[in-house]
Write a protein of this length. Structure first.
Lengths: 191, 544
């Protein structure tokens, strides 16, 4: 099962290849523009095919991620799915108030994080010990801020506020707040 | 000629400001002040860059710099440079006088004053709610002084009033009939300014009928300016409305009345504010930029634009698309309805790939059709600008995806490869292309002091901008959040590299300004702020 580290590595690779390709293309164009001789205009057919390609890419990206990134469909259907574990977390005065000192999670269980801000807009993110992100959501006061998640690797994670809530909230963090147990695999960046 | 002499009098006699028309002067004033604000933005940017390597500022100070940096950058710099250029281009392209030179002068003064006022709220009183103003942070008086909030809001109000005046001036210039001229009919002007004529031409072509209008009433760049200004206007109203709300809370606090922040729905507020704010990023910037590319391409090549009707229609689509994309900023807000996330956040947003892709393609083919071209400063900066958007738009489309946003939102990815590459490489290089192109026209034949410095400006800016974005992006993919710094040096390698690239950007600006000052001379520079001796409403002096 893909996790955030896999998706981010894939994104890193794809975007790097794209960036290098487009920079080279512009370099080549810049070089070519100063030489040669124009031979008439490009046929409109080519132009419309290019536009169709852009539409295709724009739509396909989302279809592709919907079918490959595991958390998307659960997220969209989270109001219909009954969670196996629920954690109500309050955020107030730049602090996370956890229901237990450490949130223990069983591997593969559907977990609902239910966040409630009593004052400002915050963020709720889970990070590994090397700071890489597992997920994040916004915690908006007066709104229902829930996230359904399944963990497939053992590990201990820190909670971080991923939204700025004023200078007082600059380092809102709870170390080792979440622990996942019972999986075959262990997250090497979270142990 | 000695260096000091050149510095004072300029290159080959420098700028003879006595020969400038009032429109040339107001344009130059607006652009010069915008360029100075850009320098302030870059200095602030470098302060933050250093902080993210080796913290040297206190928390309050760091975040107040981060609050004013985009205000000064977007309004003080970008708005002024763009507005300055358009105040010249609209009358120049429409071959009729600017509606009001006085309003154009009030515009730049108000915006500059507003940017300085908001900046002082951060500089003097450490006001730091950041430009996103998430409710109820701007009125959290446990963290900020009410007086600081008041100063900040007043500054923004000045900027927005200046903006509304600019739009009025542009719209009036498009539609009014100058004295002595036969009455200009409004209907073709409206249809053309909105791009409806392009759409009708396309539809009639499909039905094999003659075009609706062979000679559009408004040229394509002016149509782009007009359409972008519609977004600018909506955005000004939204920001003003938020300002009024903040003002109510600030005044209540100052007069000892307590007002409950929870009476405002934070999510609804966020939707409203982002709808307006996004009209800048995904509306007027993209539309103005596309218009600028079309103009630059036709001026550089002297040729008609490839697929002009499609480009006209695409600008109209871009305007409509820009009204429906704001939810991509709320993909991590779980109470935002799924339908809004899917439709506005993902699908409508994906159309920006199409509209911006069309603009790049049309511009490139137009350039290609005029080969061989000389690699002038306007051409190379234009190519740099298009490359910036070719990098930043796909980065944006990727983060506007439900799956990827879960792990990209609020990381350095957003603010690096997307925001700074779009602003610094895409937008700024486009603006610099226009400045290099218009420089001789606006200065009545002024000559650039050093081509070597212009080359340095280009390479340092391009490599600095792309490099800074890339290293911020890599840090973001490794989990580094934006609006944070890490005390244990977790991301130091990336931040040092981003810092070096940031320094390139700052040096590029210094080289550019130095080159401009040496070209026009200090006397010429000061002279543009003196009243024009020519009593004319014409855009250019008669001899030009
Ligand atoms: C010229 C050199 C520039 C440098 C070195 C620079 C650097 C930075 C840095 C370090 C940050 C903080 C990133 C973070 O950790 O969250 C930042 C944020 C930002 N910058 Fe720049 N910047 C530059 C120019 C500009 C310009 C010209 C604009 C706008 C026209 C701009 C718009 C922004 C915005 C909107 C933010 C986000 C602020 C926030 O998160 O509230 N920057 N910049």
């Amino acid at each position: 099962m893909l996790d955030s580290a896999d998706v981010l590595s894939a994104l890193h690779l794809v975007y790097t290849i794209y960036s290098v390709a487009i920079i080279l293309l512009f370099g080549w164009l810049a070089f070519k523009l100063t030489g040669g001789k124009a031979k008439g205009l490009l046929r409109p057919k080519l132009f419309y095919s290019y536009v169709a390609l852009l539409v295709f890419i724009g739509v396909t990206i989302h279809i592709l991620t919907f079918n490959t990134i595991p958390w998307v469909s659960n997220d969209l259907k989270r109001n219909e799915i009954k969670p196996e574990q629920t954690f109500h977390i309050e955020v107030a005065d730049h602090k996370f108030i956890l229901p237990q000192k450490k949130l223990m999670i069983q591997c593969g269980k559907t977990v609902l994080f239910d966040l409630d801000s009593k004052d400002l807009t915050y963020g709720f993110g889970l990070v590994r010990h090397d700071e890489s992100l597992v997920f994040q959501i916004q915690v908006v006061p007066g709104s229902k801020n829930t996230l359904l998640w399944q963990f497939h690797k053992n590990g201990t994670y820190n909670i971080r506020s991923t939204e700025y809530s004023g200078p007082k909230g600059a380092s809102m963090k709870v170390d080792g707040a979440v622990e996942v147990v019972g999986c075959k695999d262990t997250d090497p960046r979270a142990s | 000629m000695s260096f000091v002499n050149e510095f004072v009098n300029g290159n080959e006699g420098g700028l003879k400001h006595e020969g400038l028309t009032p429109v040339q002067k107001v344009t130059l004033r607006t652009v010069v002040v915008g360029l100075l604000f850009y320098g302030l933005t870059a200095i602030e940017g470098m302060m933050m860059r250093v902080q993210e390597i080796e913290p040297f500022l206190g928390t309050d100070h760091f975040f107040s710099v981060m609050t004013v940096h985009p205000i000064v950058g977007i309004f003080g710099s970008t708005y002024l440079i763009v507005f300055g250029a358009f105040v010249f281009l609209v009358p120049y392209l429409m071959k009729k006088p600017l509606y009001s030179i006085r309003i154009a002068n009030i515009t730049w003064v108000l915006i500059a004053l507003g940017a300085l006022t908001s900046w002082s709220a951060g500089f003097l009183f450490s006001y730091a709610p950041l430009y996103t103003l998430y409710w109820p942070l701007p009125v959290d008086f446990n963290q900020f002084m009410p007086a600081a909030a008041l100063i900040f809001v007043l500054g923004i109000a000045f900027i927005m009033i200046g903006t509304v005046l600019f739009i009025f001036n542009i719209f009036a210039t498009v539609f009014y009939t100058e004295r002595g001229h036969e009455k200009r009919p409004i209907k073709p002007l409206v249809l053309s300014a909105l791009g409806i004529d392009g759409l009708l031409n396309l539809l009639r072509k499909l039905r094999k009928k003659p075009p609706y209008s062979k000679d559009p009433a408004v040229s394509l760049p002016v149509a782009a300016i007009f359409r972008g200004s519609i977004d600018t206007l909506f955005d000004a109203f939204v920001i003003l409305s938020v300002g009024v709300l903040l003002l109510v809370y600030i005044i209540a606090k100052m007069t000892g009345t307590s007002m409950d922040a929870s009476s405002i729905d934070a999510l609804l507020y966020k939707n409203w504010f982002w709808w307006g704010l996004d009209l800048i990023a995904d509306g007027l910037v993209l539309i103005y930029v596309a218009g600028a590319w079309y103009l630059l391409a036709s001026l550089i090549t002297g040729k008609k634009l490839y697929m002009e009707n499609v480009a006209r229609a695409a600008l109209l689509i871009e305007l409509i698309v820009s009204w429906g994309v704001w939810s991509h900023h709320l993909l991590s807000d779980q109470a935002q309805p799924n339908m809004m996330k899917l439709a506005s956040g993902e699908m409508i947003t994906a159309f920006e790939l199409v509209t911006q892709g069309i603009a790049i393609f049309v511009t490139l083919v137009t350039l290609w059709s005029a080969r061989p071209l000389k690699m002038t400063n306007p051409l190379k900066f234009l190519l740099g600008g298009m490359l910036g958007f070719a990098l930043a738009v796909p980065a944006g489309i990727l983060q506007a995806d439900l799956g990827l946003n879960r792990i990209l939102h609020n990381t350095q990815w957003i603010i690096g490869p997307h925001v700074h590459v779009a602003i610094l490489v895409g937008l700024t290089m486009t603006l610099h292309s226009a400045i290099y192109l218009l420089f001789p026209i606006l200065t009545n034949g002024g000559k650039l002091w050093s081509q070597k410095l212009a080359n340095f400006h280009f390479w340092a800016h391009l490599l600095g901008g792309i490099g800074m974005g890339a290293f911020m992006g890599m840090a973001g993919l490794d989990g580094m959040l934006r609006r944070s710094w890490y005390v244990n040096g977790e991301f130091n390698t990336y931040m040092i590299l981003a810092g070096i690239c940031g320094a390139f950007l700052l040096f590029a600006w210094i080289a550019f300004i130095f080159n401009i000052v040496m070209s026009v001379g200090l006397k010429g520079l000061i002279g543009i702020f003196l009243p024009s001796k020519l009593k004319t409403k014409d855009t250019l002096p008669e001899a030009a």
